[in-house]
Design a protein around this ligand. Structure first.
Ligand code: TTJ
Length: 666
């Protein structure tokens, strides 16, 4: 909500700025791209960090489309010194010829015309990746201070440069020769700092995760990521022969898979566009494997985009597993002492799966437009997976036995845990007198202005308690590590004291009964140390919220506090730095001598109440990260990988602790 308000403000400021500039006549923004510069939010959502990264994906999506069309098998993405981005693919290259009835090249058109997509119709029409459907190149150009493109084909290197939000500098020209078999497109752009006023710094972690994910989702596509900004360049390559099959194996790597095989089905069906006789193919792929946790980890994608509201592919998946597993269990006499059918939730317990659809005409619905609405997809997924899963169970009776026994167990535990939940609910709703002792509540009873800080450790809890604004800020200090809800049976989860305190303090129940209307705080702030333990606790908390209070994440009520990493004292004044860059900036602006002492905070407990308030809790000066849905998904896989660390934008911290986090035994 706040985000939207801020965007509007940013847009209004821009509008004023742009028109003033326009009158002054010192820039000449192209007519079409002017709209993009005036209302960047309309095209890329925000002009803060997510919007900045959106630029990268708009460019990469073009190369992905070329890969999906079967003409490209390698994409290189490089973050250059100075924060420009280079994307190189080995596809056919953007058309260099003059577009019919105009005097501009295909390349210039792609980067200067909104809705240039589909112009180069013949044959190349299988465009299914995400993004702005072919207007991405021009949008990125419009929001860049400069952009350069090279197209390699027919032994020539074709080049064009744009400046100041998309003005072409000259015409596309051949600037050299390349080997005849070299084909592809290379684009380098530098985001315009007058648009991305907050920051133009790209996050390596963010970019590598998405590149890795796209490598998983598109088998045999080689994705290379390079960060050339540091002293030592970083280079990683992602390539998965098995695609989503390997993705599922990766998700389950540290979750104790029930068996080593990954069940995989794929298929396609013809699709006819509405109101035309144009035809294309829908491809579906499903990979699944059970692990020894008690939760489902099912991710669905359409055209490489995570459809986290689910939709028709998810519905088809649920139909298939329900039908096939119930039929198999009954036919093989596993259901003797169960009077109910196995529920889809029983079957999903401990199931990791990826459902990936490539659709030529996806319809997205839902609040965040991430729910796949095409009804034909349900039938296709259900059909393809139904057949594949049925065959797998018949061919692998030993594994089928493991699966069915696990699912039957889940059904029995469901009934037991239903009873446990009823018991907890009977203990009473939210009564002020039963609030946990560890909670220092705030005095306001208006949830909209209330915040709760969930703090690790007693000493930090003490400082937070003394430093806070008592009217609006509550402190809940956790005594130790909270339970890993992935590894505990549901009824055990509610026996855990720390979890009980959180449920009572938040006051809105949990699981299916969770009621957003009842929450006692509109900001739930996780405040942990900037070390490995802190990161571990943060991930356990996120996992808990994701499993038991998901609407809090969906509605953006969960935040991560950002305590400073450094303190510098100079001439009686105190300065705080939240990252290494800021520390350098402080040293420079204060003209400190080399070797001037500074303190590196190892934990929240090192700050007194006043310091903690000023740096981390005071709404006027603090910085907090709002947790997004994808952070939560990524927290899921954090123990197999560092994915969840996306929520901590501190590369050095991640690097330092990477080995540690990987080895944590949870
Ligand atoms: C279009 O149909 C004719 C053959 O080439 C097709 C095409 O445009 N391919 C293509 C575009 N490959 N790569 C791109 C591309 C790559 C980057 C990095 C950026 C942009 C805007 C397009």
């Amino acid at each position: 909500m706040e985000e939207t308000k801020k965007d509007v403000l940013v847009e209004e400021e821009l509008e004023m700025k742009a028109s003033a500039d326009y009158e002054a006549g010192d820039i000449q923004v192209l007519k079409g791209l002017e709209a993009v510069r005036l209302r960047p939010g309309m095209y890329i959502g925000t002009t803060s960090s997510p919007g900045l990264h959106h630029l990268v994906w708009e460019i990469v999506d073009n190369s992905i489309d070329e890969a999906l069309a079967g003409f490209c098998d390698k994409i290189i993405l490089q973050i250059n010194k100075g924060n420009s981005i280079t994307v190189i693919d080995n596809g056919r290259g953007i058309p260099v010829d003059i577009v019919k009835d105009t005097d501009v090249s295909g390349v210039e058109t792609v980067f200067t015309t909104l809705h240039a997509g589909g112009k180069f119709g013949e044959g190349g029409g299988y465009k299914v990746s995400g993004g702005l459907h072919g207007v991405g190149g021009s949008v990125v150009n419009g929001l860049s201070e400069w952009l350069e493109v090279n197209v390699y084909k027919d032994g020539k290197d074709h080049y064009l440069r744009f400046e100041n939000g998309g003005n072409p500098i000259g015409k596309l020209e051949v600037i050299g020769d390349v080997p005849h078999d070299q084909r592809g497109t290379k684009v380098t752009f530098s985001p315009d700092p007058t648009i991305f006023t907050e920051s133009t710094e790209f996050s390596y972690t963010n970019i590598r995760e998405r590149m890795k994910q796209m490598a998983y989702l598109n088998r045999k596509l080689r994705m290379v990521v390079i960060d050339d900004r540091g002293e030592e360049p970083i280079k990683e390559e992602f390539y998965y022969e098995g695609g989503i099959k390997e993705y599922v194996a990766h998700i389950n790597k540290n979750k104790d898979p029930l068996f080593s095989e990954v069940i995989y089905s794929s298929g396609s069906d013809e699709y006819t566009f509405p109101n035309s006789d144009k035809k294309s193919l829908i491809h579906i792929e499903v990979a699944m494997q059970y692990n020894n946790t008690y939760n489902p980890t099912i991710f669905t994608f359409c055209n490489n985009i995570n459809t986290h509201e689910g939709g028709m592919h998810e519905a088809g998946f649920a139909l298939a597993i329900n039908r096939v597993v119930n039929d198999y269990a009954r036919a093989n006499n596993y259901m003797k002492d169960l009077e109910e059918n196995l529920s889809t939730d029983d079957i999903k317990e401990g199931l990791s799966a990826i459902v990936s659809v490539k659709h030529p005409n996806p319809q997205y619905e839902g609040q965040t437009k991430t729910k796949l609405g095409n009804s034909e997809v349900r039938r296709i997924v259900s059909g393809v997976l139904g057949e594949g899963l049925n065959r797998f169970l018949l061919e692998n009776p030993r594994i089928a036995k493991l699966i069915i026994e696990k699912v039957v167990n889940a059904a029995k535990a469901r009934i037991a845990s239903r009873k446990a939940r009823e018991q907890i609910r009977r203990k009473g709703g939210i009564d002020i007198t039963t609030l946990p002792g560890k909670l220092a509540d705030c005095s306001s009873r208006n949830p909209e202005e209330c915040e709760i800080f969930i703090v690790e450790g007693n000493s930090a809890g003490g400082s937070a308690k003394n430093g806070r604004d008592r009217v609006t800020q509550a402190i809940l200090s956790l005594r130790g590590k909270i339970l890993n809800v992935e590894k505990a049976q549901p009824h055990k989860v509610f026996d855990n004291a720390e979890i009980g305190s959180m449920i009572t303090a938040i006051g809105a129940g949990f699981s299916e009964e969770f009621d957003l209307e009842k929450i006692r705080y509109h900001k739930i702030v996780i405040m942990t140390d900037a070390d490995v333990d802190g990161s571990h606790i943060r991930i356990l908390l996120l996992t808990f919220f994701y499993r038991y209070m998901r609407p809090l994440i969906e509605k953006g009520f969960i935040y991560i506090a950002q305590p400073p990493l450094y303190k510098v004292e100079h001439r009686g004044k105190t300065y705080y730095a939240y990252n290494d860059n800021q520390l350098e900036e402080i040293k420079t602006s204060l003209e400190l001598k080399p070797g001037h002492p500074f303190q590196r905070y190892k934990g929240l407990g090192e700050m007194d109440a006043q310091q903690l308030w000023e740096t981390t809790m005071d709404p006027k000066s603090r910085k907090m990260l709002r947790v997004t849905f994808s952070d939560a998904i990524e927290a899921e896989t954090v123990f197999t990988d560092l994915m969840g660390e996306v929520v901590i934008p501190r590369k050095e911290f991640i690097n330092e602790n990477a080995k540690f986090v990987k080895n944590l035994d949870v």
